[in-house]
Design a binder for this molecule. Sequence first.
Ligand code: APR
Length: 316
Amino acid sequence: MKKKITLIGAGNIGGTLAHLTLLKKLGDIVLIDVMKGMPQGKALDLSQSAAVEGFPCNVEGTNDFSKMKNSDVVIITAGLPRQPGMSRDDLLETNGKIIKKIGLDIKKYCPKAFVICITNPLDAMVYVLQKYSKLPVEKCVGMAGVLDSSRLKYFLSVELNVSINDIQTFVLGGHGDDMVPMVNYTTIGGISLLDFIKKKKIPISKINKIFDRTRMGGGEIVRLLQRGSAFYAPASSAIQMAEAYLLDQKKLLPCAAFIKNKYGLKSMYMGMPVIIGSKGVEEIIEVSLSSSEKNMLKKSIKSVQGLVSAVDKILK
Ligand code: APR
């Protein structure tokens, strides 16, 4: 039977998610937005590409949230994107209220779905989503680490003049300016990045600049676009997570997942490497960290904790 994938938010990321879902033939789509006519228009446009692309899936655009009923996967981008000069955290109040309502809808209509949140500020939004949807924590995740790692891979591939497909790396922590790029776990064709640095193929100062550019990667695009934020790479990243679930790929991906008694955390959502398969988040992988990575992670945890308590106060 075909899978049902609901995309809540039919804006830039939502539309791109729909297109990728169809091209990859992952299932039928329901595209939901509060804006009248827009999801219906996008659905019609996408449907009219079926004859050319040859996908066997249907797409329906609607303003009716009950249409998410019995979805297998839900991906959420509803909310405001950043404008130039805004940080992700500036979206907390507006997007927090939107995600709370969507959480309650998910509880009502599709409590068995695997749900991926993309709306920012990501780590706080995925917390709100799980709190109000009451989804099992392994079925409620946030997309950030795949995107941040993908940005890092791109910058490294350009600098080292190496195929992006040969680069393995990931980032830990929240989806904010204090995310933690993992230099010790970065390899190029299986060779440690540390070897490249030792052999003076790339100076450490360049690596640090790349890490900074990765941390600010979203902001760089916001400034260039002048209206709205990145959407192609965020959509591709979320589709990789959805695919891992739908096809039981057991993929090891950095995601905002519920961490309990790992990395010194009692219990909270935080970006960590996890395995995604048909049960959702099937395992959280704990890696050893250097003392500077531990310190950076602590800072990132603190800022996410601050956002979580602020959003709890707002939504009371
Ligand atoms: N329910 C459903 N959709 C909503 C709601 C709501 N309550 N409120 C707003 N929307 C819709 C808007 O009408 C818009 O079509 O969400 C859509 C968001 O689309 P864009 O403005 O194009 O933003 P996008 O680039 O897709 O980013 C969405 O993802 O990466 C994050 O920071 C980004 O929080 C932002 C989100």
